[in-house]
Ligand binder design. Structure first.
Ligand SMILES: Nc1ncnc2c1ncn2[C@@H]1O[C@H](COP(=O)(O)OP(=O)(O)O)[C@@H](O)[C@H]1O
Ligand SMILES: [Mg+2]
Length: 235
């Protein structure tokens, strides 16, 4: 067992849908994320990228195979335990960032902190302010998120994913609704925060420039990882 592995899955299979329309969405996927490493998942629409992210993020469970965080198997934990691990250990960024649009940037970043319930109101405010500062939005922290630009909202989503200082960040096409310049900027920011904090990041992306800048690229097709390339083998 290697405690240096943050998050891993082994031979994961997942079926989705009912009976005759049942889809074999994941067909034996294994992956491991080490601290400080940045992984891209690429592949055509419908190949199972989001399903894999949900399973790694403990939002869904495999039908076969296992998921482990720091070598601890997740399969025999209760739903409450899984929810606690998810809140403590994992940060999510979704394509359509799902900010509460009437809430301020700061309130959005505080949502995962409230859920975990470890900090006082004052501590949460201070931490949210610091995270928004880190993503360049310190001066806009009180602004309702619907009054922020798309790029700014995505940066709030990045700050929110870091709210509970997670060990792993999972991002599903995090920059999918931004233009190229803004999405590459958001990615650089995220990557720096991940490297500084020795976190592991797995992101689904369609942007080749972003994928190329990751430590690993995993190519998916029809529910499988068909190839994994480390950065050193590319140039
Ligand atoms: N809730 C669901 N019910 C039935 N099939 C689903 C469901 N969610 C996803 N699928 C199917 O599972 C496969 C993988 O989906 P998904 O993981 O969303 O792919 P990707 O993110 O790579 O586009 C697709 O064939 C998709 O249609
Ligand atoms: Mg998807």
């Amino acid at each position: 067992m290697n405690s240096e592995i943050r998050l891993s899955c082994h031979d994961v299979e997942r079926y989705l849908g009912e009976e005759e329309s049942r889809v074999h969405a994941l067909r034996g996927v294994s992956l491991q994320l080490d601290p400080g490493s940045v992984h891209a998942v690429v592949g055509p629409s419908g190949c199972g990228k989001s399903t894999l992210l949900y399973i790694l993020g403990l939002l869904d469970s495999p039908d076969k195979g296992s998921v482990a965080i720091e070598s601890q198997l997740m399969s025999n934990l209760s739903d409450d335990e899984l929810a606690r691990r998810r809140n403590e250990l994992i940060g999510f960024i979704f394509q359509f960032h799902f900010l509460m649009e009437d809430f301020s940037a700061q309130e959005n970043v505080m949502i995962p902190m409230r859920r975990l319930g470890r900090l006082s109101e004052e501590e949460m405010l201070e931490r949210a302010g610091g995270l928004l500062e880190a993503v360049g939005l310190g001066d806009k922290r009180r602004r309702p998120s619907r009054h922020l630009s798309g790029g700014e909202q995505q940066r709030v989503a990045i700050a929110r994913s870091l709210a509970n200082d997670p060990k792993v960040i999972l991002a599903d096409e995090p920059t999918g609704n931004l233009d190229t310049a803004n999405s590459e900027r958001a990615f650089d920011l995220l990557k720096n925060l991940v490297h500084q904090g020795e976190k592991a990041l797995l992101l689904v992306t369609h942007n080749p420039a972003i994928a190329e800048a990751c430590d690993w690229i995993h190519e998916m097709k029809d529910g499988r990882i068909i190839a994994s390339h480390p950065r050193s083998s590319r140039s």
